[in-house]
Design a protein around this ligand. Structure first.
Ligand code: GLC
Length: 779
């Protein structure tokens, strides 16, 4: 087997190619000897792996082949042409100058075939399809951003190219300096990737389709953990609930109003003078008592813990004193701690690129974990610095890299800026595991980078209460999902700006109920923006949608677990399931939740006008009525109490009864809605204890569910039991949509368990270990 990497040089430039896994090529280019190839995004075993390669040397080129990819490198100018094993073009260097190195940075130019659409780069606010746009990756605190504001909070140098017939490839640039991606804006049909410094080290990921690319990206940068189940519940936040009594009143109102909810957040005002890891004892005299009373009501407490540490020498402020003793701070070039202004006033900044500092940071959580807080929120970690013209610390500030897998060295902030948020959330995540090794941490971070999905969920930062922002929220959450961050959401109702109108908050609640993270949040000083703030009619509509979210938890949790194994997002742009939609202009309104549900708000949600939904195929169902639609095109007359949702034929969707919190034991039945595609449908259900890591040792239950043709009827069955966790249901309530005619349902022994209902058999099935199948068919 040929040695890897394969190295080709021309004019002093070295190009190295290796194949860490099937369908992934790593390409490194530079002058002379290449740098060591360290990475914050790609764990060492991944980037160092090597699968068998075939190498052909010819006088003009070197050709590398794996089962799925071929790379042809021209000896003369290192021009690189990548194709699939079948010879289908994948990614080619552009004509003209395809490589430039200048001023410590580089530019790489690739061709953009006319039929390819581009997606990814994290939380960008522009159109979902990046073709024709140019974007900068530089983590930035961008309050009240607009559709054209760039950059925003996260830097994820990964994108997908997808053709209208669904062929896809991906590119991940493993470089966290300030980079830019121009998708044909500066130069027609040319993709230009630039970096201001750091290595030219990139991976090309093969398809064949977009889901395969996402799986490969997930393999490379690491999966998101399975978050605790409560994180899928409704979360109530605002900046800020300022007293303990106010928090108790909010909790009481949620429960009195029968509004299902799982978490309440405390923003910066619970702290003493905005100092992280303190509590203002006058306003929150008993935070532990509060946490345990909330817990008794099925509500988790989530605390903000910003990473700036007030510069408070000799003040008895433990995080500053212990951090100083640890020599934990990012410094100026002269070695003194860098001091910048944030919420607490002049502050210092932990240098998370040192493993020791991350361990020290994690230690700060001990008391809060002990008093019963369940989740933590890492904000402002771009890092944001007030009054600095750049909004962050100087590029010359000094970090020290002291990390297994890296050569110890100093690094400037220019290099470390974009991974600062990732390393902050990593320190939090790993610290929480030390304090509670068998509890899945919930960390919410604002800034992050490629691979940051391993540690935290995220949100789209400081949006605005406007219809435009409601529209943006789905596209941003979809883009984050294509960039590794399946766990994301937007501040529902809008963070800044004037208070949302009643209709806007209601619409946002309806749509947000189907986003992965479902959190109300708004800025300080705004009038009340809770579910009940606009009177009983709006409260009732919002409650109904929150309840629907809880009914769907078995489906959502199954998707979350799938994400943790495969990297497939929970919320998906429609093209991920049905690439043919790329043939028409993309409509930012509709999206898929998993592969079964199409959520279809109006593309102009403020408009009372009718709109048209074109379903991706025939035979879809109306989610709310269960009826099969005769047409692929549906005209919708909007009504404030309704949000159209459609179900893919062939899906089986698991649901449960409404509960007030995921803390309640799931009781009652498992509901299975079977939506036939002809005489066939398939689904899966996954469950576990929702909180511990027991599932890693087999304490989970995953079962495929299938409904297939059987004689003149159907056979509905559970697949083999995977995992040892007991099911929470005792009975399964089945509804078969799309069956026409009379039906009798019989258990495995042939006994009738229900008789004839026209068109829509509905029956209760007492699932037993030995009889996990029923037949449905004519008498
Ligand atoms: C930042 C956050 C926002 C938070 C505020 C106060 O603006 O993005 O969510 O409420 O800081 O902590």
């Amino acid at each position: 087997m040929p040695e890897q990497p394969v190295i080709v040089s021309a004019d002093g430039v070295t190009l190295e190619v290796s194949a860490p896994a099937e369908g992934i090529l790593r390409i490194r280019v530079g002058f002379g000897a290449l740098p060591p190839g360290e990475s914050w995004a790609v764990p060492k075993p991944r980037r160092g792996g090597a699968i068998p390669l075939l190498v052909l040397d010819t006088p003009d080129s070197v050709v590398l082949r794996t089962e799925t990819m071929e790379a042809v490198i021209a000896r003369r100018d290192l021009r690189l042409r990548l194709s699939g094993a079948d010879g289908a073009p994948m990614l080619d260097d552009a004509t003209g100058r395809h490589l430039e190195f200048a001023g410590g940075g580089f530019a790489l130019r690739k061709t953009m075939p006319a039929d390819t659409h581009y997606f990814g780069l994290g939380d960008k606010a522009g159109p979902l399809d990046r073709r024709g746009g140019a974007y900068v990756l530089w983590n930035t605190d961008s309050p009240f951003y607009g559709a054209a504001t760039d950059p925003l909070y996260k830097a994820i140098p990964f994108f997908l190219g997808v053709t209208e017939d669904g062929c896809a490839h991906g590119v991940f640039l493993d470089n966290h300096w300030r980079t830019s991606f121009d998708f044909g804006r500066g130069e027609r049909d040319v993709l230009c990737i630039r970096a201001e410094g750091g290595p030219l080290d990139y991976y090309v990921l093969a398809g064949p389709d977009a889901k395969s690319v996402l799986r490969r990206y997930d393999w490379l940068t690491g999966p998101a953990p399975l978050m605790p189940r409560w994180a899928l519940g409704f979360q109530q936040s605002r900046w800020s609930y300022t007293t303990q009594a106010e928090v108790e009143a909010i909790a009481g109102r949620l429960r009195d109003g029968a509004i299902p909810a799982d978490a309440i957040y405390l923003d910066i005002d619970y702290q003493d003078r905005n100092r992280p890891f303190t509590v203002d004892g006058a306003r929150f005299p008993d935070l532990g008592g509060l946490a345990s009373r909330l817990r008794g009501q099925g509500l988790r407490l989530v605390l903000i813990t910003d990473m700036h540490i007030p510069h408070a020498p000799d003040a008895g402020y433990a995080p500053y004193d212990s951090g100083t003793a640890e020599d934990a701070w990012v410094t100026d070039p002269d070695g003194a701690a860098f001091v910048g202004e944030v919420w607490p006033g002049p502050s210092v900044f932990p240098d998370f690129s040192r493993a020791r500092v991350r361990a020290w940071w994690g230690g700060l959580y001990a008391a809060f974990v002990q008093l019963g807080a369940s989740g933590f929120w890492n904000d402002m970690n771009e890092p944001s610095v007030f009054q600095a013209p750049s909004g962050t610390m100087p590029l010359t500030s000094v970090h020290r890299i002291e990390e297994p897998d890296f050569l110890p060295r100093k690094a400037t902030h220019a290099e470390m800026h974009n991974v600062y948020g990732l390393l902050n959330s990593r320190a939090t995540y790993e610290g929480l595991l030390v304090h509670a090794p068998d509890r899945r941490p919930f960390v919410l971070t604002r800034a992050s980078a490629a691979g940051g999905q391993r540690y935290a969920a995220t949100w789209t930062g400081d949006n605005v209460s406007s219809w435009d922002h409601l529209r943006l929220s789905t596209a941003m959450v979809a883009s984050l999902g294509l960039s590794g961050f399946a766990w994301s959401g937007a501040d529902i109702g809008g963070f800044g700006g004037p208070r949302p109108s009643a209709d806007l908050l209601t619409r946002w609640t309806q749509i947000g109920a189907f986003h992965p993270l479902f959190r109300y949040h708004c800025m300080t000083g705004k009038p009340a923006q809770e579910v009940w703030a606009d009177g009983p009619e709006h409260e009732a509509i919002r409650r109904r949608f929150i309840e629907e979210r809880y009914r769907l938890l078995p489906y959502l949790y199954t998707l979350a677990e799938e994400n943790s194994r495969t990297g497939l997002p929970i919320l998906r742009p429609v093209f991920l399931e049905f690439p043919a939609v790329l043939k028409a202009p993309l409509d930012a309104g509709d999206f898929m939740l998993g592969d079964a549900l199409l959520v279809a708000p109006s593309p102009v949600p403020e408009s009372p006008g009718d709109y048209e939904i074109r379903l991706p195929g025939p035979g879809w169902y109306d989610y709310w009525t269960g009826e099969r639609l005769d047409s692929m095109s549906v005209t919708i007359t909007p009504a404030i109490e309704r949000l159209p949702i459609f179900v893919r034929p062939g899906a089986i969707v698991p649901r449960q009864d409404v509960m007030q919190s995921t803390a309640e034991p799931v009781a009652g039945s498992l509901y299975l809605d079977v939506y036939l595609d002809g005489r066939e449908a398939h689904g899966t259900i996954y469950t576990d204890d929702g909180e511990s890591f027991g599932y890693r040792n087999g304490a989970y239950l995953r079962r495929a569910i299938s409904c297939v043709a059987h004689g003149r009827g159907l056979r509905l069955s559970f697949g083999a039991r995977d995992g040892s966790y007991p099911p929470w249901w005792r009975a399964v309530q089945v509804t078969v949509h799309g069956w026409t005619g009379e039906a009798v349902v019989r258990d495995a022994a042939g006994e009738a368990i229900s008789s004839s209902v026209l068109a829509c058999p509905r029956f209760t099935w007492m699932e037993r270990e030995e009889a996990d199948a029923v037949t449905i068919g004519p008498a």
